[in-house]
Design a binder for this molecule. Structure first.
Ligand code: AMP
Length: 441
C-alpha cells in the first residue's frame, strides 16, 4: 500500500496473516497513529525517527514490522539479528513480553540482557543464536567486551526512549554501540521529546530518517481526574495528608511517585507503619526485588507502590485507580507520564498531586504543558480540620476527666464537711441519735 494513502486498518499495513492473528488475539482492533505511520515505513526498510511517548502503542509500532523483517532468515551463534536498546530493565522486560505476544505465531528467538539478571541463561541463548536481543546499553557493552556477542549481523536497531537515555547519561554508550553495528543496518529511534543531543545522534547515525510525530499525550486521558492539594506545613503534614487521602479515597491500587530514591524508601516505611500494604520501587534495588515487587503489584498482593520515575517509567499496569505525585515532578513531561499510568483502557482514574509552596513554579510549568489549570482542592485544610476536631475531642475528654475529678473531690470535701457539721452539731446539741426531725436531712 502506498505510504501516502494511510489506512486505518491493521490489515492494510502490509503485515502477514500470522502477525495479524497475534494482533487480533492481543485484542487490538485498530492501529494507533504511531503504528499507522511507522509500520509501513519500517517494512519498506526506511529509517524512522518517531517522536512518541509511552502509551501511544509505539512498542507494537516497531515490534510488528521487526517480526516481519526477521521472519525470513536464521540466527547464527552469538550474532543477534536485531537489537532493541531500552533505558531501564523494566522497559526491556516489558518489550520482551510484548515481543512474545506479537511473535507467538513465529519461531523467533529472543534474549534479554539487563542488569541484575543472571548471565548464564541468556548466554546459553546467545550461544545458540537469537533473532532479537533486547538490552540496556551498559549490560550490552559489558557482554560485548567479554566477547560473548558479536554485533556484525544486526539488521535492525531500535533505540527506544532516547531522551530518557540522555537523562540517564547513556548517550556515549549508545554511540559506542552504534559504531559497532554494520553501516547498512536499518535504524528506528523513538523519543518523547527531541533535545539537541538526541537530534545530533539521529543526524549522525541515521540515513534520511522519516520523521514521525504523534500528538504528545499533552492531554491526559479524559478518564483521569486531576487534582492538586497545597501543603503549607512541613514533611509530616505532607505524609499525613497522603495517608488521609489514601484512606479517604477509594484506592484500589496506586503508585505514589517521589522525586528522590531516599524519599521512596522513607515514605514506603511510613506507609507500612500506618498499616498500608505498600512496597518501594527504585533504581538502587536489586533486579530480582524489582521484578518481584512489580509482579506482586500487578496481581494485587501489594496495593501501593512507592516509586521513582526511572523505575516506573512506561509501566503498563491496567486498571490502576490512583496516581499520587507525592512530589511535584520537576519535569513537566514526567507529570504526563506519571498520570498516564491511570485511567487506561477507558477506566476511571485519579491523579492527585501534593504541592508545597516551593513547588509553585513546577506546577505552573505543568499547567502550561497540559494547557489548563489544575483543580485545587482544600483537602489539606480538611485534613487539618480533622486534626483540629480530634484535638478538640481529646481536649474535651481531658476536660471531662478533670471535671469528674473535681466533682469527685468537691463531693468528698462536701461529704466530709457535712459529717463534721453533723458531728459538731451532735457535740453542740448533745443529742446523740436523738436529733429532732426538723434538723435531720
Ligand atoms: P506502548 O506505548 O507501546 O507502551 O503501549 C501502550 C499500551 O497500548 C500497551 O498496553 C499496549 O498493549 C496497548 N496497545 C498497543 N497497540 C494497541 C492498539 N492498536 N490497540 C489497543 N491497544 C494497544
Amino acid at each position: 500500500m502506498p505510504i501516502d494513502k494511510i489506512s486505518d486498518k491493521f490489515s492494510d499495513l502490509g503485515l502477514s496473516s500470522e502477525v495479524l492473528d497475534a494482533v487480533r488475539e492481543a485484542g487490538y482492533k485498530n492501529p494507533t497513529p504511531i503504528q499507522l505511520k511507522s509500520i509501513p515505513h519500517l517494512l519498506e526498510g526506511k529509517d524512522i525517527l518517531g517522536i512518541a511517548q509511552t502509551g501511544t502503542g509505539k512498542t507494537a509500532g516497531f515490534t510488528l514490522p521487526m517480526i516481519e523483517i526477521l521472519a525470513a532468515g536464521r540466527a547464527r551463534a552469538r550474532m543477534p539479528r536485531s537489537l532493541i536498546l531500552e533505558p531501564t530493565r523494566e522497559l526491556a522486560a516489558q518489550v520482551a513480553e510484548n515481543f512474545s505476544t506479537y511473535g507467538k505465531n513465529h519461531k523467533l528467538t529472543m534474549a534479554l540482557l539487563i542488569g541484575g539478571v543472571s548471565f548464564v541463561e541468556q548466554n546459553e541463548k546467545l550461544d545458540r543464536g537469537v533473532d532479537v536481543l533486547i538490552a540496556t546499553p551498559g549490560r550490552l557493552l559489558d557482554q560485548f567486551e567479554r566477547g560473548r556477542i558479536l554485533l556484525a549481523d544486526i539488521k535492525l536497531l531500535v533505540v527506544d526512549e532516547a531522551d530518557r537515555m540522555l537523562d540517564m547519561g547513556f548517550i556515549p554508550d549508545i554511540e559506542k554501540v552504534m559504531n559497532l553495528l554494520p553501516y547498512t543496518r536499518q535504524t528506528a529511534m523513538f523519543s518523547a521529546t527531541m533535545p539537541s543531543e538526541v537530534q545530533r545522534l539521529a543526524d549522525s547515525y541515521m540515513v534520511n530518517p522519516i520523521k514521525i510525530e504523534v500528538a504528545p499525550e499533552k492531554i491526559a486521558a479524559e478518564t483521569v481526574t486531576q487534582r492538586l492539594y497545597i501543603i503549607d506545613g512541613g514533611k509530616l503534614e505532607k505524609q499525613n495528608t497522603l495517608l488521609h487521602l489514601i484512606k479517604k479515597e477509594n484506592v484500589k491500587n496506586a503508585i505514589v511517585f517521589c522525586n528522590r530514591k531516599r524519599d521512596v524508601r522513607t515514605l514506603d516505611q511510613a506507609l507500612r507503619k500506618s498499616g498500608l500494604n505498600s512496597q518501594a520501587l527504585h533504581g538502587d534495588l536489586p533486579q530480582s526485588i524489582r521484578t518481584d515487587t512489580l509482579e506482586k503489584f500487578r496481581v494485587g498482593d501489594i496495593n501501593v507502590l512507592v516509586a521513582s520515575d526511572v523505575a516506573a517509567r512506561g509501566l503498563d499496569i491496567n486498571e490502576m485507580s490512583h496516581v499520587f505525585n507525592y512530589d511535584v515532578p520537576t519535569n513537566a513531561d514526567d507529570y504526563i507520564h506519571r498520570i498516564g499510568r491511570t485511567g487506561r483502557a477507558g477506566k476511571r482514574g485519579h491523579a492527585i498531586t501534593l504541592s508545597t509552596l516551593e513547588d509553585d513554579k513546577y506546577v505552573q510549568q505543568i499547567e502550561q504543558n497540559i494547557g489548563h489549570k489544575l483543580k485545587k482542592e482544600k483537602i489539606a485544610n480538611e485534613h487539618k480540620h480533622i486534626k483540629r476536631i480530634k484535638n478538640q475531642a481529646k481536649n474535651l475528654k481531658g476536660e471531662k476527666k478533670r471535671e469528674n475529678k473535681t466533682n469527685k473531690y468537691h463531693n468528698k470535701v462536701n461529704k466530709e464537711k457535712e459529717t463534721n457539721i453533723q458531728e459538731k452539731d451532735k457535740d453542740t446539741l448533745g443529742m446523740g441519735d436523738h436529733i429532732p426531725a426538723f434538723l435531720q436531712k
